[in-house]
Design a protein. Structure first.
Length: 207
């Protein structure tokens, strides 16, 4: 009987295209890309990707750590996001896209976060745009007599937070639900510093 030696096939069964050298399957790669794109993954908007994040949490944490990123998972609210790792004095590159916040963006974020923290666990928090605009009037400044300009800034910040999934649409046009992710975006030190600065502004000339 004649035997034939067959060379082992070194083609990776996971290869999705020529020269594909990844060790990840397609669902895990999709989850990794979505985590990098941001701003967040939720079970409601991304059910398949959310299930992959939960299933492959350990692997995804490892891959994100290669990029100096940390995976944040909120099991209670079923959402996930990435944030830069605290690397101390190491000079590490920035990977995530950043968005510069205006003064109005920041005070609106803090006002929404306060509403969220006042709610009971699991409670949906719905806010009205005009109500938030009225709450932020204190930051307008006594010398600012341009109500239309103030309204434009409020609307721009409202739209920006809507775009980045901090606010979610409801059945009413000018009412939004605050995403629980807002609890994860600021730590206590950041809140203290920003709040202290805003108090200084209010106690000063209001500019």
């Amino acid at each position: 009987m004649t035997s034939i030696d067959i060379a082992p096939d070194d083609t990776d069964d996971r290869g999705l295209y020529p020269d594909d050298r990844s060790e990840l399957d397609l669902p895990t790669r999709r989850a990794l890309v979505q985590l990098l794109k941001g701003p967040l993954i939720t079970s409601a908007r991304h059910p398949e990707i959310w299930r992959t994040v939960v299933r492959e949490e350990r692997l995804l944490r490892s891959r994100l750590a290669d990029l100096f990123l940390v995976l944040v998972i909120d099991d209670e609210n079923e959402l996930a996001l990435t944030r830069p790792a605290d690397t101390g004095e190491l000079n590490t590159p920035a990977v995530l896209r950043t968005e510069r916040l205006t003064f109005m963006d920041t005070v609106m974020l803090l006002a929404l976060r306060q509403r969220l923290l006042q709610a009971q666990p699991g409670e949906r928090v719905i806010v009205d745009r005009d109500e938030i605009a009225e709450q932020l009037e204190v930051y307008r400044g006594s010398d600012n007599t341009d109500p239309s300009g103030y309204a434009r800034r409020v609307n721009a910040s409202w739209s920006k937070l809507d775009k980045y999934s901090i606010l979610s649409k409801t059945s009413t046009e000018d009412r939004r639900e605050i995403s629980p992710v807002l609890r994860q975006l600021f730590d206590a030190d950041q809140i203290t510093l920003v709040s202290k600065e805003f108090r200084r502004i209010l106690e000063g000339d209001g500019a």
